[in-house]
Design a binder for this molecule. Structure first.
Ligand SMILES: C[C@H](Nc1nc(-c2c[nH]c3ncc(Cl)cc23)ncc1F)C(=O)NCC(F)(F)F
Length: 295
C-alpha cells in the first residue's frame, strides 16, 4: 500500500512568509488552518519550481525518503499538499521556530557554551546513526541543513540529495559530479563521485568546524579553502586544487579557541582513507564523553 501521506488541503494552507530558497524551489512558513480561526498549526511547506521534470522525480524521492524517517533528530514529515488538480505537490514538514543552525550559531555566538555545541554535535551524530540503519547517505550534511527546534535540540533536514545504498555495495557512485557543495565533500567524492556513510562522516567533521567557528561567514569552509588555494586559480578547477591539497594532507585549521580534543575529532573525520574514518556510533560516544568531562 502507498504510505498514508497525510493530505493537506491547499485552501486551508495560509501563506505567512518565505523561509528560504534552494536550487529546487522554496520553503514557506504557512498556517494549516482548516477552522479558519488562526488556531491551526504552523508548518514548513517545500514547493518545487515546476520547471525541470528531473526535479519532479528527485522531489518525489525526497518526499518518500522523509516520510519513512522517524527520529527525534530529524525534521518531522507532516504530509503532502496537492494543488492544480494533483499536477503539483508540496512537501509539508514541521516548522522549527529557531531556524537553521548557521544563523542560530552566529546570532547567539556570545552565549553558546562548548557543552551546548557538543550537545548539538551528539544529536547530529544520533540522527546520522539512525539514517545509517536505513542505509541512507545524506550527501549534504552542513550547518545550513540543520534546524534548531529549541536551545537544546537540533534536527537534520533537507534530504534533497539523500540516496539509499544499493543492497550489495557500501557506497553510492553518482553518474556525474553532483551539486553537493565542494568544501563539505570527502576526497573520494571529489575524485570518484563515491558517496557513503564514511563521506557523510567527513561532512560531519566540517559541520563540527562550522559549529566551533560559530558559523562565522568570514571563516567558513568555503572562505578558508579558497584562501588556501590562493587567488591564482589556474586552469584546473577548484575541485582539482582542493583534491590535491587534501591529498597533500592540508586540512581546515583549528577554529580559534577550539578545544584541542574537538579539533582532534575533526581530524579523525578528515582521515584521507575512508575505511579508517570513525563511524557515527564511535563519534557520538566520544562527543558524549567530552560533554561529561567538560564540567
Ligand atoms: C530552503 C529552506 N531554507 C530555510 N529554512 C528555514 C527554516 C526555519 N524553520 C524551518 N522549519 C522547517 C524547515 Cl523545512 C525549514 C525551516 N530557515 C531559513 C532557511 F533559509 C530549508 O529547507 N533549509 C534547509 C533546512 F531546513 F535544513 F534549514
Amino acid at each position: 500500500a502507498t504510505h498514508d501521506h497525510t493530505q493537506f488541503e491547499e485552501r486551508h494552507l495560509c501563506y505567512i512568509s518565505q523561509l528560504g530558497k534552494g536550487n529546487f524551489g522554496c520553503v514557506e512558513l504557512c498556517r494549516y488552518d482548516p477552522l479558519g480561526d488562526n488556531t491551526g498549526e504552523l508548518v514548513a511547506v517545500k514547493k518545487l519550481q515546476p520547471n525541470k521534470i528531473s526535479n519532479q522525480e528527485d522531489f518525489q524521492k525526497e518526499v518518500k525518503t522523509l516520510s519513512v524517517l522517524h527520529c527525534d533528530y530529524i525534521v518531522k514529515y507532516r504530509g503532502v499538499c496537492y494543488s492544480m488538480g494533483r499536477l503539483s505537490m508540496s512537501l509539508v514538514m514541521e516548522y522549527l521556530p529557531y531556524g537553521s543552525l548557521n544563523g542560530y550559531m552566529w546570532t547567539n555566538r556570545y552565549n553558546i557554551t562548548t557543552r551546548r555545541m557538543l550537545l548539538f554535535a551528539s544529536q547530529i551524530c544520533k540522527g546520522m546513526e539512525y539514517l545509517q540503519t536505513l542505509r541512507y547517505v545524506h550527501r549534504d550534511l552542513a550547518a545550513r541543513n540543520i534546524l534548531v527546534a529549541n536551545d537544546s535540540l537540533v534536527k537534520i533536514a533537507d534530504f534533497g540529495l539523500t540516496k539509499v545504498l544499493p543492497f550489495d555495495k557500501e557506497y553510492y557512485r553518482l553518474s556525474q559530479p553532483g551539486q553537493s557543495p565542494l568544501f563539505w565533500l570527502a576526497p573520494e567524492c571529489l575524485n570518484e563521485n563515491k558517496f557513503s556513510h564514511k563521506s557523510d562522516v567527513w561532512s560531519f567533521g566540517i559541520v563540527l568546524h562550522e559549529l566551533f567557528s560559530y558559523c562565522d561567514n568570514n571563516s567558513n569552509p568555503k572562505v578558508l579553502c579558497l584562501r588556501a588555494i590562493g587567488q591564482n586559480v589556474q586552469g584546473t578547477s577548484i575541485s582539482m586544487h582542493l583534491s590535491n591539497m587534501l591529498a597533500n594532507n592540508w586540512r581546515l585549521p583549528s577554529p580559534p579557541n577550539c578545544p584541542s580534543e574537538v579539533y582532534g575529532l575533526m581530524k579523525d573525520c578528515w582521515t584521507y582513507d575512508f575505511d579508517k574514518r570513525p563511524m557515527f556510533c564511535d563519534l557520538s560516544k566520544k562527543v558524549e564523553n567530552m560533554i561529561q568531562s567538560d564540567r
